[in-house]
Ligand binder design. Structure first.
Ligand SMILES: CC(C)(COP(=O)(O)OP(=O)(O)OC[C@H]1O[C@@H](n2cnc3c(N)ncnc32)[C@H](O)[C@@H]1OP(=O)(O)O)[C@@H](O)C(=O)NCCC(=O)NCCS
Length: 382
């Protein structure tokens, strides 16, 4: 009788660390230099000079757009912002207290049922769905929040850029220039990040030739976890719990002594500062100075220093994103939804890339279970 292959000699890359799972032309990360490029463009240049619409075009098409191309994609995104009443009804019917990411995952999945192109898997149809989903996810996030607050859903404003319109739909007021810039920056910085867990999830689903909505729904599920996009809300809760700079040191040291992870620190790829954190820290500072409310920012700085001293760990994107988004008045339990709204651009770029040269993603496990054994009928089992 053949026994299962012994696996003790197989090299297992737990968590797929350092495994190169495919070629990709979308994102380059040098974790030792703290370098991040989208399609060859440095994140610092994009953060300072680009917009979300331009960045999304770049991710999908591989090149920065001309003025006409940018106007066209921005127009397409604006046109696709509306979400049908059928899907909004699903959002309204969810029980009070539904976690926003659960509501978003459900609503994005439901969008497929109302898109006649949902199962058309041509590159052209998938490009249109990339635009459609990227346009509609912010509308859904805002609607999810308004509904749970018992407020009217705010229709998209066709005059506003993508990120500013999200702010408007969420708050029912237009952002001022600084708020609009900060919101756009959050969207640019979260748009893409290589083979992270949610993007890889999207690619695995896309590799079965399943549809874009399934892939994005799965990606939202992966992003929700506290080790991924679920870290930012926990950063906020931690900073609030610390409450005062003077309490930061004992708070962090106690948790480190209990071997707890401090949210917003550490990264699988970056061993130095995440370049996105550099911009978010700067904006957290600016927004704190502007509002005169600097408590959260100051606690964040102190925790960062302590983590450097104690663990030599740098913060990641989620850390100061929490402070920036809180300063923009975004409720903490929406932070991961904002991340999803932005990352939809990156997820869909990867879905397009995966299906342009597809092979089903199907790794193997090193089997460590029992060897083959005789089946024992139930009445003979001891
Ligand atoms: C991002 C993360 C999941 C990467 O995980 P990973 O590559 O598997 O790294 P590990 O969890 O194996 O961590 C390696 C070491 O650093 C420590 N470490 C990593 N992140 C830490 C954190 N946030 N707080 C305290 N210690 C941390 C681990 O305890 C481990 O130490 P050890 O070798 O002494 O056991 C991990 O750093 C983490 O959980 N961070 C907090 C959650 C977070 O901010 N996620 C958002 C990521 S953008």
């Amino acid at each position: 009788m053949n026994q299962p292959q012994a696996s003790s000699t197989a090299v297992v890359a737990k968590g797929l660390e350092n495994v190169i799972a495919a070629e990709s032309a979308i994102c380059f990360i040098d974790g030792l230099q703290g370098k991040l490029l989208y399609r060859g463009y440095n994140i610092h240049d994009l953060a300072e000079q680009s917009t979300f619409e331009e960045t999304a075009y770049l991710l999908w098409n591989g090149e920065l757009p001309s003025r006409e191309q940018l106007d066209e994609v921005a127009g397409q995104l604006r046109q696709e912002r509306q979400v049908s009443d059928d899907v909004l009804r699903i959002v309204r019917d969810l029980p009070q207290g539904t976690v926003p990411m659960v509501a978003l995952r459900t609503a994005v999945s439901a969008l497929a049922a109302y898109d006649p192109e949902a199962d058309e898997n041509t590159p052209e149809a998938n490009y249109r769905k990339a635009i459609r989903l990227t346009a509609k996810v912010p509308t859904l996030v805002a609607a999810i929040h308004r509904v749970r607050q018992g407020q009217e859903i705010v229709s998209p404003d066709g005059e506003l850029p993508h990120a500013a319109n999200f702010f408007y739909m969420l708050n029912g007021r237009k952002p001022d220039e600084v708020e609009a810039r900060a919101m756009d920056l959050v969207f640019v910085l979260h748009a893409e990040h290589g083979f992270n867990a949610s993007t890889f999830t999207a690619r695995v689903i896309a590799s079965t030739l399943s549809d874009t909505y399934s892939a994005v729904t799965g990606a939202i599920g992966a992003l929700k976890g506290p080790l991924h996009g679920g870290a930012a809300p926990r950063v906020f809760l931690m900073l609030e719990e610390i409450a005062d700079v003077s309490k930061a040191e004992s708070y962090i040291k106690e948790r480190l002594a209990r071997k707890e992870k401090i949210m917003g620190f550490g990264h699988r790829v970056y061993k130095v500062e995440d370049p996105r954190a550099t911009h978010l820290r700067e904006w957290a500072k600016q927004l704190a100075e502007r509002s005169g409310k600097s408590r959260l920012y100051e606690i964040a700085l102190e925790v960062e220093n302590i983590m450097k001293q104690e663990k030599q760990l740098a913060c990641n994107v989620d850390y100061y994103a929490a402070v920036v988004e809180a300063s923009l008045g975004i409720p903490w339990d929406l932070f991961t939804c904002v991340f999803a709204a932005s990352r939809t651009a990156g997820w869909t770029a990867h879905i397009l890339e995966q299906q342009s040269d597809n092979r089903i993603i199907r790794p193997r496990a090193a089997y460590v279970g029992p060897e083959e054994r005789r089946y024992v009928p139930i009445d003979q089992r001891s």
